[in-house]
Every structure is written in C-alpha cells, then in structure tokens.
Design a protein around this ligand. Sequence first.
Ligand SMILES: C[C@](O)(CO)[C@H](O)COP(=O)(O)OP(=O)(O)OC[C@H]1O[C@@H](n2ccc(N)nc2=O)[C@H](O)[C@@H]1O
Ligand SMILES: Nc1ncnc2c1ncn2[C@@H]1O[C@H](COP(=O)(O)OP(=O)(O)OP(=O)(O)O)[C@@H](O)[C@H]1O
Length: 295
Amino acid sequence: MNHEIRSLDNCLAPAKLNLFLHVNGRRSDGYHLLQTVFQLLNYGDLLDFETRNDGVIRRITDIPGVAEESDLIVRAAKLLQIAAKKKDGQAKASLGANIAIKKILPMGGGLGGGSSDAATTLMTLNHLWQTGFSRTELMEIGLQLGADVPFFVFGQNAFAEGVGETLQAVQTPAAWYVVIEPGVSIPTALIFSSEELTRDTKLVKIADFSGHQRCFGKNDLEIVATKLFPVVAEAISWLKKYGDARMTGSGACVFCAFTDEEQADVVLMQLKTQKKHWKAWKASAIECHPLKDLI
Ligand SMILES: C[C@](O)(CO)[C@H](O)COP(=O)(O)OP(=O)(O)OC[C@H]1O[C@@H](n2ccc(N)nc2=O)[C@H](O)[C@@H]1O
Ligand SMILES: Nc1ncnc2c1ncn2[C@@H]1O[C@H](COP(=O)(O)OP(=O)(O)OP(=O)(O)O)[C@@H](O)[C@H]1O
C-alpha cells in the first residue's frame, strides 16, 4: 500500500456551454431525452487535492449554501472510494483526501459548475489514489451524480444524446465567448418540470451541426426559463445586438460567440457602461479538458 501523501493544486473544473439544446422526449422516470452540443471553456472553478491515509474525505473550504455532505465534490470522492474498496478490498480502505475549492462559476448558471467539480474530483483522485479506473468506468460513476458529469470526464467537446450520457466527440469552431451572468440561480428541475416545455423537437444528425456550426439549432429550455426569469430574456435581447445570443443549459447564463478576442472585449466594455449590475466575462473555446490525460 502507498502511504505517501500526494497532491495536485489548481486543477481546473471548466465551464461548459450548450451550443444548442433540443428536448426530444421524456422517459418514464421523468428524465428528458436531449440532443445537445457541449463546448468546454478555459474558465472555471479551481480545486486543490491532497491525499490522506485515514479514509476521511474533507472539503476544507466553505461553499455558501452547499453543505459539505451534499457537495458534489465530496459525493464524487465518496463514490470513488466505495468503488475502489469494492474492487480492491482492504488495500484501498485508507484512501482519503482534503479538497479545497475556489468557486468561480455561478450556481444554477447552466455552466455545469457542480458537475464539472465532480468530474475533476473523479479524474484527479483516480490519479492520486492510483485506483486505476478507466474513463468509461469513471463516466458511469459520474452519471450517478448528474447528467452532465459523464461529459466532463469524457474530456472533449461532444454531441450528446439520451439524458446526456451518450457522447460523440465533435469538432467545434475556435471562438471567444462572452458570457453574461444575469444574477439569478435557476434550478434545473424547475425548468424541466414546466408544463409549457415543448418536448417534441425533431431529432437532428450530428452531420447537420458540422455543416452549420455556430448558429445551429436552439435551446428549447429558453422559452420556459425566460418566462419565469425575465432578467434572462433581458440579457439575451441585449446580447443579440452583437450576434446569435442564447441561453446555456437550463439558464441562467447567456452567451454569444465571437471570432476575435477584441470583439469580445468591445462587447464587455459596452456591457460595463450600460448594464453595470450584470457580471460578465470572456473565455475561449478549448478542444479538450485540461485533465483529460490524467486518465
Ligand atoms: C440541462 C443540462 O445542463 C444540459 O447540459 C443538463 O441536462 C442538466 O444536467 P444536471 O444539472 O447534471 O442535471 P441533474 O442534476 O442530473 O438533474 C437535475 C434535474 O433536472 C431534470 N433533468 C435533468 C436532465 C435530463 N436529461 N432530464 C431532466 O429531466 C430532472 O428533473 C433532474 O432531477
Ligand atoms: N460543488 C458544487 N458546486 C456548485 N453547486 C453544487 C456543488 N455541489 C452541489 N451543488 C448543488 O448543485 C446545484 C446546481 O449547481 P450547478 O452550478 O451545477 O448548476 P448549473 O450550472 O445550472 O448546472 P447544469 O448546467 O448542469 O444544469 C447548486 O444549486 C447546489 O445546490
């Protein structure tokens, strides 16, 4: 057994955007069948990991509003610990970790923050604990935590189907994205449970997306989210002056793509003077998760 304390600092949990998000149906368990393209950004939460030899898992920084035991980071570490014990019995009984997080991504923002934190935890601890799970095994563990977790473990921009777990790598355009945080937190379940949600968008083929790239499709969750949260509609309509703005995931964040960083800077400057109360930032599209090669 390896008793050495091992650590990795500043591990990125990147944000994702849903470049489009179609709702195609609903399963008998209430979960929705989707088609979406996930885009990774070079912007996100930062996590530090240090192993311990006493089997204890600790989140050593506070996240206001998220209790330690319900934090997706802690739940991910515990699921990995259980899976390792099942696989390797006694040898893995002492696996523990201290985990610190610098929370950058807004909660209920549609950027996949909690899911990405969980995926970064699975990938990093699998490496530090030397538990040897494959990418597919980690994606299966991740799916128990949330529909978006498998994508982050997959580690590449992807066309997703099913509830988000059937993934196919996809080429997306190089771009700078301006993202507006309208200042509300939107619970994903609230949007999916709306009677006004349309669930019958026709299935598309990934080849259709590859042809059109940036302006392809729509976000079916947008109609419901903007009705319940008018500030999201306001953000979309403000950003639409500059391009094809839309909402990511179940909201609340709104984004628009630009070819050049300078164009993104101009939009951010305008926003600063006209809409001082909205937080906004730019990030570039990335092809792979920075921790992809840990697995
Ligand atoms: C909207 C997306 O962000 C698109 O990327 C995801 O599909 C949501 O992923 P997530 O935040 O990881 O969501 P989960 O924590 O798995 O689910 C939250 C709630 O959203 C609803 N939900 C989620 C995903 C899905 N395909 N169908 C659903 O109906 C369910 O009511 C579920 O209880
Ligand atoms: N580490 C975490 N970071 C953020 N939220 C967490 C975390 N752990 C648990 N949660 C819970 O998950 C909820 C959803 O947070 P998250 O930031 O993932 O939303 P989101 O960006 O809308 O996700 P998605 O795009 O997947 O719908 C939060 O309101 C919070 O209660």
